[in-house]
Write a protein that binds this ligand. Structure first.
Ligand SMILES: [Zn+2]
Length: 174
């Protein structure tokens, strides 16, 4: 759980300061423990949601929704568009108002805290191909979605919401 044993600034041995993070007795800097923000997107096309199979640990081989961690100073929407471009080669339309889920959860064996933001995004361009951290992808309907082995249930929930809303839209639209 500890991010560092030694101070990243001066290499002094850090002291645990509880909720205050870690304190360096040598240079007096504090190193806080915060959730790392990540952004993921559910994209629905022709009644199916795009889900991805993880190509890396943690939870390698299990399913999630495409997305990834924010860079330092990066806006969540920009990060999401960048990740979808890198991982799948697709362009999406997404905005702040499309964020429907915020879940804090432990990531992997060390349990590093992540804040996962879930968005409903609209496909714009590009045919998906798995790259980067993504081993594979699938377009799934509601039944298939419920059967998949998801790394995190909140990702399944975002995809489920996207599919249900698309269904309502098509039922009411004609
Ligand atoms: Zn230090």
């Amino acid at each position: 759980m500890k991010p560092f044993d030694f101070c990243p600034s001066c290499a002094g041995r850090l002291e645990d300061a509880g909720d205050e993070g870690f304190r360096c007795p040598s240079c007096a800097r504090r190193w806080y423990r915060n959730s790392a923000p990540a952004a993921g997107a559910a994209i629905v096309k022709d009644g199916k949601a795009l889900v991805t199979q993880r190509g890396i640990e943690p939870e390698k081989g299990r399913f999630d929704i495409p997305g990834g961690f924010l860079g330092a100073g990066e806006h969540p929407v920009d990060a999401l568009k960048r990740e979808l471009r890198e991982e799948l080669g697709i362009e999406v339309d997404v905005d702040v108002e499309d964020c429907i889920s915020m879940v804090a959860h432990p990531y992997g064996r060390e349990g590093d805290p992540v804040l996962a933001l879930g968005f409903l995004a609209r496909w714009v361009d590009g045919q998906p191909r798995a790259a980067d951290d993504v081993a594979d992808f699938r377009w799934v309907d509601l039944d298939e979605l419920e059967k998949l082995d998801f790394a995190w249930e909140h990702d399944r929930a975002v995809a489920r919401t996207a599919l249900l809303r698309a269904k309502e839209g098509s039922d009411g639209g004609s």
